[in-house]
Design a protein around this ligand. Structure first.
Ligand code: SF4
Length: 176
């Protein structure tokens, strides 16, 4: 069985690849136009390129305007953000003969897992490929330790400019 894993970043990929290689032949898929600014995007992409444990399918497109168009006027920007990235992963999986797809977002305690599951299943239904969801949050700490050991870049915020502000404003104001 072939599994295409949407890779949000190299650190999260370390644990997910380890877990899924027991049951699947895996490849990683990079499509993350949600990472701002470009210098941060490039750091995370370069880190991904330096990590060679699985084949990497690259969709290296920095679509800043489209990100804002897709997320500006919706109730939940994360939902739109997941939808876009998982839809592209499902499309690529379907076009390239994968049996299923998943995402490294499922390792993060900071993401909304119910939304990830919902958007993944919807994307899979549209592109006729199975979405595999497993709650891998108990591997988050191990992924960070592995990333530190092998010298991968470790980001300080989720990705978009909104999440960057939330991350650092929280540091300034303890009541948030
Ligand atoms: S916080 Fe993260 S998941 Fe939500 S819109 Fe921003 S980059 Fe996407």
């Amino acid at each position: 069985m072939d599994l295409l894993i949407h890779a949000c970043c190299a650190p999260c990929s370390t644990y997910c690849v380890k877990i899924y290689t027991d049951s699947y032949r895996v490849a990683l898929f990079w499509f993350n136009p949600n990472i701002h600014p470009y210098t941060e995007y490039k750091k995370r992409l370069d880190s991904m390129l330096s990590y060679h444990v699985a084949e990497l399918v690259l969709k290296d497109e920095y679509l800043l305007e489209e990100f804002f168009e897709r997320t500006a006027k919706v109730d939940n920007r994360c939902s739109a953000c997941y939808r876009w990235r998982l839809m592209e992963t499902a499309k690529s999986a379907s076009e390239n003969g994968f049996d299923a797809f998943t995402t490294t977002l499922s390792i993060s305690p900071y993401q909304d897992h119910e939304l990830i599951r919902r958007e993944g299943v919807a994307a899979g239904n549209i592109h006729d490929v199975e979405f595999v969801y497993n709650d891998l949050r108990n591997g988050f700490r191990e992924s960070r330790n592995t990333a530190r050991e092998i010298g991968l870049y470790m980001q300080k915020y989720c990705g978009c400019i909104f999440s960057e502000a939330e991350r650092y404003l929280k540091d300034q104001c303890p009541s948030r």
